[in-house]
Design a protein around this ligand. Sequence first.
Ligand code: IMP
Length: 188
Amino acid sequence: MATSSASLPSEFSNPNLEVLLSEEKIQSRIKTLGAEIARDYAGRNPLLIGVLKGACFFLSDLLRATDIRLGIEFMAISSYGSSLRTSGEVRIMKDLDVPIEGRHIIVVEDIVDTGLTLSYLLANLKSRGAASVKLVALLDKYERRQREVQIDYLGFQIPDHFVVGYGLDFAERYRNLPFIAVLRNPAA
Ligand code: IMP
């Protein structure tokens, strides 16, 4: 059965999306971040902790740009759910499966917005006796910060817009976009 691809509805060219960071721009920045991390952590076998679900995409590309021995783990923290604003309430939904005492930890996050989630998570990890805890974030929505968070490795600073794609969602939609876009009308 032949189907023309022209007749398929395209999510990637949805008119409700305005591209903010192209796939090429994201991938090129990640190569640079990976090289910096490889240089800074050579011989230290860091443990990269990805924050589910949004950071998986970034983590997987970042790992392949970081040419040193390392390990990965995942955590899930409660955040926005399906609304546009943070609740301010932070809960660990999935914890680490391994102890991190003495390990060099690099938390990998998609976006730092108010900073509530990360300030809680970084303090929590430090209290477990890690040798060091650093943060790599793809995006920094700095205008909305409520808690100070030190971003050790940053992809891009962005203005205060709700963005989707490359792991970031609106009500679980748009995570699969290979680029990052501003959602023009979330209600559409
Ligand atoms: P924070 O605690 O306010 O810094 O929020 C961090 C979390 O909120 C992120 O990990 C995202 O899951 C979510 N978030 C913040 N801004 C956006 C956005 O523009 N698009 C999608 N998710 C966002």
